[in-house]
Design a protein around this ligand. Structure first.
Ligand code: HSE
Length: 343
């Protein structure tokens, strides 16, 4: 049986990947393409998708409710989600519509599950919620690598340094990076930075998102807030520095972790072996480790540079994680939530 799916915000970087991920899982959702919605500005456009050309329709909450979708993916701003996500969970036929929201609007609401399906799929049934929040990209990528380690060795502290790609600022962010690089190669004047706070090419910007009162940014605090909710514990202390770097679409994170139980690099390799959605790529003598370039377009999160911590000794590990920001960090995670509901 086919699922009826809508993608709202289909013309953005995450929206486009949502359509591709649904197509890649045709065996689960059926052959029918999702219906595509966006603002009046994009309505009427035709998008080239793996299903063939599809026309974008202007979003209207009543139109969507009348269609009685099984799944509605929201790849829109937090303000839009706050206004529309809950109304969209009920439809004209009275059948369940699951709304999977990629914004941060509902991530910290106690009654809304924040889900990485490999970790806490059960929280959807436990909270009996049709609205499901998709985590921030850095959290989803780190959580995939860290949860198996937490289960076996119990995490106490995490020190996270992120290396975040331009795609985190959407298609306009990617364009700004590409145009800045092209201008440099062509010897043209450097285009003005409009999306990022400073020019991104040949640079790194050690502040992403709004400053909080504690001097950390919202992007940095998201890792702490979301990791605790997904792992279902308040006992892990997390401190993050989030940095934008001139890569295109994969985020990387250097993580130092402290555990309650003794841990070793080999124990981490053994514990991650065979875990769905995670691969270990760790042969530093041959320059094999996770790279944004090789992780782009891939579903798995890659883990490498696994070393015993020089600070926490046999209760600590340093490692490097990398994952596609638009896939595991956004669209793929959302579609895997829907897949887990269907199967
Ligand atoms: N906030 C993230 C970033 C993207 O700026 O990289 C969230 O998916």
């Amino acid at each position: 049986m086919s699922s009826k799916i809508a993608v709202v915000g289909c013309t953005g970087a995450v929206g486009i990947e949502l359509v591709k991920c649904c197509h890649a899982r045709k065996s689960v959702f059926g052959d029918a393409p999702p219906d595509l919605y966006a603002s009046a500005r994009s309505a009427g456009k035709t998008l080239d998708t793996p299903y063939g050309p599809l026309t974008v329709v202007e979003f209207n909450v009543e139109t969507l409710k009348a269609k009685a979708y099984d799944f509605i993916f929201l790849a829109v701003s937090g303000g839009f989600s706050l206004e529309n996500a809950i109304p969209l969970t009920t439809n004209a036929s009275g059948t369940p519509t699951y709304v999977i929201d990629n914004s941060s609007a509902y991530r910290y609401h106690d009654e809304v599950p924040l889900v990485v399906p490999e970790i806490n799929f059960d929280s959807i049934a436990a909270l009996d919620s049709k609205l499901i929040a998709n985590p921030n990209c850095t959290t989803a990528i780190a959580a995939m690598a860290l949860y198996p380690i937490h289960q076996e060795f119990k995490l106490k502290k995490l020190i996270v340094s992120t290396y975040q790609a331009a795609s985190g600022a959407g298609e306009p962010g990617m364009q700004e990076l590409l145009e800045g690089c092209k201008a440099h190669v062509n010897g043209d004047a450097r285009p003005e930075n409009k999306i990022f706070s400073h020019p991104l090419p040949f640079n790194c910007i050690p502040m992403i998102d709004k400053l909080q009162e504690n001097g950390y940014t919202k992007e940095e605090m998201k890792v702490a807030w979301e990791m605790k909710k997904i792992f279902g514990t308040d006992d892990i202390k997390v401190s993050t520095t989030a940095v934008r770097i001139p890569t295109l679409r994969a985020h990387a994170e250097a993580i130092t972790l402290e555990t309650e139980k003794d841990i070793s690099p080999q124990a981490v390799v053994d514990c991650l072996k065979g875990k769905p959605g995670v691969v270990v790529e760790d042969d530093p003598a041959n320059n094999v480790f996770p790279l944004p370039l090789t992780c782009s377009g891939r579903d798995d999160v890659s883990v490498g540079r696994i070393r015993q911590s020089l600070i926490f000794d046999n209760k600590g590990i340093d490692l490097f994680v990398c994952g596609d920001q638009l896939l595991r960090g956004a669209a793929l995670n959302a579609v895997l939530i829907a897949e887990a509901i269907v199967t």
